[in-house]
Design a protein around this ligand. Structure first.
Ligand code: ARG
Length: 247
């Protein structure tokens, strides 16, 4: 009888363990794969960038098993709200309206917004010069909010970063207004000689990793992130992608 009980207890424990490890499911991390140099496919077709390698390092630190889920940027916040993804990293600016519906990690990158024009443009130097111009930016981003207070001829919204550049080059828009890193990166790489960044850097745009509200992952990710900032791994990654020391 006692032996039989022992067998039952043992079997239950084995099952609970097996079931438990099956339950520790792979996390799904949302990303928009079209935001250089944070997340993009390189020439070899590898998915890489500052955000990608930052999250890789955090996950390694925490022993997390996860897979990327690429989506348009405008789908990321809703996917977090419906908990169909467990986290997202995509150069997402921490802002109060978003903080009401998702949770953010500590800021990990200080960004801003700039204007990109065709290389031969001479009459756009700052935001005031956009009053009679067609401006293009990315759907559901902080630039859309910013442009609401800026007089323009028209604001076009497109969901894909590459299309912003196409729109500018083909004359469908006079200027792109968007996050400075992808615009600078484009001006220095694929867009060299064709486009230029003009004017000042507009408004603080701290990027954070986002989670569904109440996610337990956030605190763990914050600890791993701060550890990376202290031990130099963050600075190393920053130098690799931005060519300078973190501010
Ligand atoms: N930082 C801006 C925002 O949060 C734009 C981010 C766009 N990111 C991307 N992966 N396309 O609204």
């Amino acid at each position: 009888m006692f032996k039989c009980l022992k067998t039952i207890v043992f079997t239950v424990l084995v099952l609970a363990f097996a079931f438990g490890s099956v339950q520790a499911k792979e996390l799904i991390v949302g990303v928009d794969a079209n935001f250089r140099p944070f997340e993009f496919k390189n020439e070899k077709g590898e998915f890489t960038g500052f955000d990608v390698q930052l999250f890789d390092a955090i996950a390694e630190d925490l022993g997390l098993d996860y897979k990327w889920q690429t989506m348009d940027f405008n789908g990321i916040i809703p996917a977090l709200q419906s908990k169909s993804i467990d986290a997202a990293i995509a150069g997402i600016t921490i802002k109060s309206a978003r903080e009401e519906v998702v949770d953010f990690s500590h800021p990990y990158y200080d960004s801003g917004l700039v204007i990109l024009v065709r290389a031969d443009n001479e009459d756009i130097k700052s935001i005031e010069d956009l009053h009679d111009k067609v401006v293009v930016t990315k759907t559901a981003t902080t630039s859309v909010d910013f442009l609401k207070a800026v007089p323009t001829k028209d604001v076009k919204l497109l969901p894909n970063t590459d299309n912003l550049f196409m729109e500018l080059l083909t004359g469908g828009a006079d200027a792109v207004f968007f996050d400075s890193p992808p615009l600078m990166y484009y001006a220095q790489n694929q867009g060299q000689g064709k486009v230029k960044v003009v004017g000042p850097l507009y408004q603080g745009q701290p990027y954070g990793i986002a989670f569904p509200q109440g996610s337990e992952l956030r605190e763990k990710v914050n600890i791993a992130l701060l550890k990376m900032m202290e031990d130099g791994r963050y600075a190393e990654l920053y130098r690799k992608w931005f060519g300078s020391d973190p501010k």
